[in-house]
Design a protein around this ligand. Sequence first.
Ligand code: HEC
Length: 145
Amino acid sequence: MPRMISRKSVLLFAVASFAVIAFACGGGDDEPAATSTSPPNPTATTVQATATSSALTGDAARGEGLFVSETCAGCHSTGDNTIVGPGLKGVRARAAALGGDAYLTESITDRNAVIVDGFNPIMSDFSFLDDQTVADLVAYLNTLN
Ligand code: HEC
């Protein structure tokens, strides 16, 4: 089963990269650093900003236009058929088991976080899209049934 093998190696790679990153970030003797002195404030602000942006309401009608203008439609059909990436008909139902909107958002902003079984990791990088654009695209994807 070559598909299983390639998926496994992608997962192993992901796990390995994560371990390396975690090690690099946490390297050295763990000091229980983040005490409540001055530096923690920026962190708190960042966390809050992220929480706010993920609560954006997507505009599905705008998302439909973006799906074409951002070139998604060049690789994804809105039916069952594969162009380059998977057809996105019913993706909402598939996403539900994987985290729903969070999964769809991640699929766009962090293209290699999850690789759909049977596909190659060749989706273009869309990490530059602003939060509202991504929310609109996700709202549109949720209408594809
Ligand atoms: C160059 C081709 C290409 C472009 C352009 C592209 N994608 Fe993809 N996309 C893929 C491929 C290939 C996969 C499957 C592999 C993977 O998971 O990364 C995928 C996976 C996905 C998935 C996960 C689907 C599932 O069934 O879980 C979503 C959602 C998605 N793309 C949305 C988008 C959106 C929205 C855009 C436009 C902003 C876009 N893609 C642009 C190739 C592309």
